[in-house]
Design a binder for this molecule. Structure first.
Ligand code: ZN
Length: 319
């Protein structure tokens, strides 16, 4: 009898759900809208109803389901499956794991969304089942996940691997977390735009100056495209960002000694334009032996990383 894993990735606008075979093949994946605020309590019921509908369509029995692995935004108690706070959904001390267990009668494992994305990349993406891995998502914010000895590190109250909130600039720019100078203020798409918009003030002749005059804003894409054309201002911006990011990664690597460093998120679409200066900065700051043991890769699973990681969480923990 074929067995199946269920991977669930709860986001602010949609919940992604996947039925996945034990070897990692996706049988089906779909999305449902996320109910938020006063209706957020409905989310687990919606998820389970939607799973029941899909398994019926696929003629899969409940006995063939091994369990549910779900990622949720915010601070997660991986032990109990409680969500301490998920601001964008409106959850506070929400017993997601308990509710899903009662509805489904299955084994349920809950992790932070960035952590399941890291697990997914490590299983079927660019990680290639590294025992020790750093995953960083450079998007609107900076997310992270750390895998040590094959397992995700959650920490005592769900904040392990919050790489985006490492302080990298003393008294730096304000961060969404309420503090200042976090890595997120530098290396997120928003941070990169902010730094570029400051840097162009010191240049009169730059592609970025022209682009800013036309659009009144600069995106990470604009910056890497100008960098590719060897625009001096763009070079300054990219070198500043990759220097700080490389420094931050080298510090994590000194502690974790990873074999793989996987970079994902919108900014990672720059590919080698990002990786080449980043590797240079990383080499500058890392212990030579740590550097030799590690390699960089761009994340390859895109939006499927979460459901695949959720499935892997079940696979890894099934008894
Ligand atoms: Zn922060």
């Amino acid at each position: 009898m074929e067995k199946y894993l269920l991977g669930v990735d709860i986001g602010g606008t949609t919940v992604k759900i996947g039925i996945i075979k034990e070897q990692g093949e996706i049988v089906d994946k779909w999305e449902i809208p996320t109910q938020i605020e006063e209706k957020a309590d409905q989310i687990p019921t919606d998820i389970w109803a939607s799973i029941v509908k899909k398994i019926t369509e696929h003629q899969i029995n409940k006995e063939q389901l091994i369990g549910i692995g779900a990622g949720a935004p915010g601070f997660v108690d991986a032990e109990t499956g409680d969500i301490a706070v998920a601001v964008n959904l409106g959850w506070k001390d929400f017993p997601l794991g308990k509710i899903l267990r009662e509805l489904s009668g299955l084994h349920v494992f809950i992790e932070n969304d960035a952590n399941i994305a890291a697990l997914g990349e490590n299983w079927l993406g660019s990680g290639q089942l590294a025992d020790n891995l750093i995953a960083i998502t450079l998007g609107t914010g900076v997310g992270g996940g750390l895998i040590a000895n094959g397992r995700i590190i959650s920490g005592v109250n769900g904040t392990a691997g919050e790489i985006g909130h490492m302080t990298v600039v003393k008294n730096g720019a304000p961060c969404n977390c309420g503090r200042q100078g976090c890595l997120e203020t530098i290396a997120s798409a928003t941070g990169i735009s902010r730094i570029a918009e400051d840097t162009i003030m010191r240049y009169s002749d730059s592609i970025l100056v022209t682009t800013f005059k036309e659009k009144n804003k600069l995106t990470a894409k604009d910056i890497f495209s100008a960098y590719e054309k060897e625009d001096k201002c763009a070079i300054e911006v990219v070198e500043e960002i990759t220097d700080v990011l490389g420094l931050a990664i080298s510090n994590i690597a000194t502690i974790l000694n990873p074999s793989k460093i996987v970079i994902g998120g919108g900014v990672s679409k720059a590919g080698d334009l990002l990786l080449n200066p980043l590797k240079k900065a990383y080499q500058k700051y890392a212990l030579p032996r740590t550097f030799e043991g590690s390699s960089f890769a761009i994340a390859s699973l895109g939006n499927d990383a979460g459901i695949i990681g959720g499935a892997y969480l079940v696979k890894q923990n099934q008894s």
